[in-house]
Write a protein that binds this ligand. Structure first.
Ligand code: SAH
Length: 282
């Protein structure tokens, strides 16, 4: 059955069978795993997932694809379709309703224009998720896992790495998809941390500090934070931490941002919590 791909839904179906298998292998799946697949499409990955784990919930927004997914569900009794928009899906409620007692894995070849809101949403549900494996635009993946000092490092890297260990597992050429997107992709692994890698008194304050610092990343930290923190406090912090007074934001690690945030002791404003962080990232 021919289904005309909808650009508005980011429909770039993964047609390369080798990459499909590579994705399944890279997710390091166990027989007892429970997987939520986001954007199941025509069900190619769904079938492979169903053969590898205990249960697959295949979530898809486009009703034209439901008959194909139903065939997969009919042939694999451990597969169930969820007819929903991922951005409106209440995962905690779903987990309670289905009496799921373990952390799930999330896997998906998802539309790139909603990579950020999907990740943001998954972070919100991190207590229920052990890891997420998703295809993203190559540059997006590089920003996600960028270490301090690299040119891709920014507030998005800090935000994500606060919650997850991020790794690019491999790159995927555009002609592996049909229709081929006009960007290259990569397969990104996000392993959710049990606890953040740094201790902060106020997460909102940390993210506000980081965002402000990177708003003007070419400036020195002292200049970019000029409007937010007292120069003297910043000078004292840099001196006691043994950091060059002309340091640029991109050279400060997440740990150093956390110490700075703690040392300043300022509080986040209401409404500036991390939940709205990604939309503000440049
Ligand atoms: N996983 C399939 C399809 C990838 S294309 C494959 O690898 O071939 C991306 C899929 O995400 C499409 O099927 C599209 O309909 C679906 N999708 C787009 N927006 C969505 C949303 N908000 N919620 C759930 N699925 C969505």
């Amino acid at each position: 059955m021919y289904i005309k791909p909808k650009k508005s839904l980011g429909q770039n179906f993964l047609i390369d069978k080798n990459i499909q298998k590579k994705i399944i292998c890279a997710c390091n799946l166990f027989k007892e795993d429970i997987v939520l697949e986001i954007g199941a499409g025509k069900g190619d990955l769904t079938v492979l997932l169903a053969q590898s784990v205990k249960k697959v919930y295949a979530l898809e927004i486009d009703p034209r694809l439901y008959p194909l997914l139903q065939q997969v569900a009919d042939a694999n009794e451990n597969c169930q379709i969820i007819k929903s928009d991922i951005l409106k899906f209440n995962l905690s409620k779903f987990i309670l309703d289905n009496q799921i007692k373990q952390k799930i894995k999330v896997i998906g070849n998802i539309p790139y224009y909603i990579s950020s809101p999907i990740i943001e949403q998954l972070i919100g549900y991190r207590k229920n998720i052990s890891a997420a494996f998703i295809t993203v635009q190559k540059e997006f993946g590089r920003r996600a896992r960028a270490p301090a000092g690299s040119k891709e490092y920014g507030s998005f890297s800090c935000f994500l790495q606060y919650y997850c260990k991020c790794e690019i597992l491999f790159e995927i050429k555009r002609n592996s998809f049909k229709p081929a997107p006009n960007v290259d992709s990569c397969f990104l692994s996000l392993e959710f941390r049990e606890r953040p890698p740094v201790l902060v008194q106020d997460e909102g304050a940390l993210f506000k500090l980081i965002r402000t610092a990177f708003n003007q990343r070419r400036k020195t930290l002292r200049n970019s934070l000029g409007g937010l923190v007292a120069q003297e406090s910043l000078r004292n912090f840099l001196q006691s931490a043994g950091i060059d007074k002309n340091v640029r934001p991109e050279d400060l690690s997440l740990e150093q941002f956390a110490s700075l945030s703690n040392s300043l002791g300022f509080c986040s404003d209401v409404g500036d919590r991390h939940a709205c962080h990604l939309r503000k990232v440049k």
